[in-house]
Design a protein around this ligand. Sequence first.
Ligand code: ADP
Length: 384
Amino acid sequence: MKVLVLNSGSSSIKYELRDPDTGTALAAGEIGRIGEAGGLPDHGSALGSVLRALRAEAGGPLADLSEVDAVGHRVVHGGSHFTGPALLTPDVIRRIEECAPLAPLHNPPALLGIREALKVLPAIPQVAVFDTAFHATIPAEAHVYALPYEYHERYGVRRYGFHGISLQSVTRKADATLGGGLAEMKAVVAHLGNGASITALAGGRSVDTSMGLTPLEGLVMGTRPGDVDPGALLYMMRELGLDAAQMDQVLNKESGLLGLSGASNDMRDILEAATAGDERAGLALDVYCYRLRKYIGAYAAALGGLDLLVFTAGVGENSPAVRAKVCEGLGFLGIELDGEANTRACGADADIAAVGADVRVLVVATDEERVIAEETVAVVARSR
Ligand code: ADP
């Protein structure tokens, strides 16, 4: 089988052609700078480029586009409506549109990708896979904000959580690395990419997660601050005169590692600068790791214990320094790293806990495209 996985962002389309039976990627790439100088004008022409690149004439794996069995679209926000992947129908598209105000940076470009793909591949079944769906199991005590209840009830203002597709991949791979048993464990998964979140899992299901209504809450990220006193935001708006659009820019683009360091949103740069003695980079690293450590403690309390800690995504998979710094001082929870195993673990799935430590600590390489491909095939099979 061949499934085309599309991840449409505001200025890029990432794609992978996957064989879900073997889990392999037959082709992968990214069309960037859509709508920017020197780039393609719109998502339609970008998708055209993707489809051309997949054809044999361009060195791709397909003799004909009809060889594609299904298309799977990554959609960030599924609101309260989508608790699992969905076959794209006009009704489903309308509901994704309804969720767009909840994720203005993510859902509208995903919808552009969906519309274009339906236009050029009308005979091929297409499926939306949501980042929020995995968190549908979070109980009310953890997903309700203590705002006037009508904002929740009437307007859907609540915690939804994100990175669910990654969590699906990571929990499955962690279970395999452990030789089974995740379903009986109290686990915490730290997804540390450009966006970062941490999730508490009981019996393999999400019971709390650090991102909220939007992907802004929780951990320190590349350009987002994570948790901030909402009063600080009101102060900035009222006293410093920032309007909603300016706040959006500050919170989504100018904060986090970039805002603190004044230099970069890339953890590699932060680590290098901090090591070289740059104070602001050092501060950024400290705030980043402290926040994460605090959340691990909070989720251990929420779960009533901890059996497993998993690191994944760009920083989690590749930075022994961050993993070591985060775990420092967590010995009281039973978290203790094997220094050498931690240094060695990069890219491949590995157990980095010290021998005899109470908590298993894993580094797991997330594979979101594989999950999207498999979910897509499952939905299409069910719909037949
Ligand atoms: P995205 O959220 O865009 O999918 P990734 O999961 O690819 O992002 O993570 C990107 C982040 O991973 C960047 O901040 C990058 O600095 C970080 N990263 C990648 N490799 C390393 C490394 N060797 N050490 C530290 N950070 C790394």
